[in-house]
Design a protein. Structure first.
Length: 173
């Protein structure tokens, strides 16, 4: 097949980002990457965003409502299934003492259903995740943009990280 049709196929194939908030305390965390999400949704018509939890759609993303699915609070027993339905799990955290003390649960939950996590490079995420191997760590807006675009474009890399996750010690803990 020609290179042009490969590019088309890649663009046509949906890639889903997922943000699983749980509570309204995560508003600052998602707000932190809204500029990144806005750029990515604009640049990648094949990109979809699933937001699960008690969150309102940030105003800046309303323009991309057709690419965004909002779900309310999900019972924790149904959560693994929802996380498994996305290609990339988003775990942004603003740099606060509270967030530095948070566990790496979001990454472990996604690992168990073989979904790649892109997380803020702080606290337990920074200690537990091997960047580019069993997850992706982002320090700033530029890294969020670059690394998420890489995961969107590179399905084999996404799958390799997901497989490594599943076979690594992360799944045993």
């Amino acid at each position: 097949s020609s290179a042009a049709s490969d590019v088309y196929k890649r663009q046509a194939k949906k890639v889903r980002l997922g943000y699983f908030s749980g509570s309204a305390t995560h508003l600052d965390d998602i707000e932190m990457i809204v500029p990144v999400l806005k750029q990515l949704l604009g640049k990648n018509p094949n990109l979809e965003l699933l937001i699960v939890g008690i969150l309102e759609l940030p105003v800046e993303l309303k323009l991309f409502a057709s690419q965004i699915q909002m779900e309310g609070f999900v019972d924790y027993q149904k959560l693994p299934e929802r996380i498994a339905s996305v290609d990339i799990n988003l775990a942004p955290l603003t740099d606060t003492i509270f967030n530095r003390a948070k566990s790496e649960n979001k990454w472990v939950e996604a690992a168990l259903v073989q979904t790649v996590t892109a997380a803020s490079n702080l606290g337990a995420f920074a200690e537990m995740v091997q960047d580019g191997e069993d997850g992706v760590l982002c320090r700033d807006e530029a890294e969020w943009l670059e690394k998420l675009q890489w995961l969107i474009d590179d399905e084999p890399a996404r799958k390799a990280i997901a497989c490594l996750l599943y076979t690594s010690d992360a799944a045993d803990e």
